[in-house]
Ligand binder design. Structure first.
Ligand code: CO
Length: 157
């Protein structure tokens, strides 16, 4: 496994649309492993493939219990609304208030190519939306109601 370089705001690749994964090859499996290691190393809750320079529809989400590997993920249901602080590994030192659904269900393929459904609330729901946006070149700062000053952000979040 390897820790991958995380692309930062200003890198054009973060603004591109990602292509679906057609076949789960050994390269894709290695990418999943490397993305998980990179996410753990960076203390993030989610990572999308374009953030490591790969324009494929793959994200990793830490739901607090496990690292979900989502291949070709799609949001299939949402419920309610929440507005919370969001940040992004590609935009270090920035935070913003973003409105998201309170509850989100996604479907995605797992590494064996089996379709799974996952439902998340709170942080996990936000993370599903945030990471899936990355696959279409959308960053949370595009959607933020307002950006926060560093002194408005509680440390340890
Ligand atoms: Co992000």
């Amino acid at each position: 496994m390897a820790i991958l370089n995380i692309r930062k705001y200003g890198d054009d690749i973060l603004r591109k649309r990602c292509r679906p994964v057609e076949e789960i090859t050994p390269r894709i499996l290695t990418l999943l492993d490397d993305m998980k290691e990179t996410l753990i190393d960076s203390n993030g809750v989610g990572l999308a493939a374009p953030q490591v320079g790969v324009l494929k529809r793959i994200v990793i989400v830490d739901n607090g219990e496990e690292l979900l590997e989502l291949i070709n993920p799609e949001i299939i249901a949402t419920e309610g609304e929440q507005e919370e602080i969001e940040a992004c590994l590609s935009c270090p030192g920035q935070w913003g208030m973003v409105k998201r659904p309170a509850k989100v269900t996604v479907k995605a393929l797992d590494r064996r190519g089996i379709e799974k459904k996952y439902t998340g609330t709170g942080l996990t729901a936000r993370c599903f939306c945030h990471e899936l946006d990355h696959l279409d070149g959308v960053l949370y700062i595009d959607k933020a109601e307002r950006m926060l000053d560093p002194d408005e952000v509680e440390t340890g979040d």
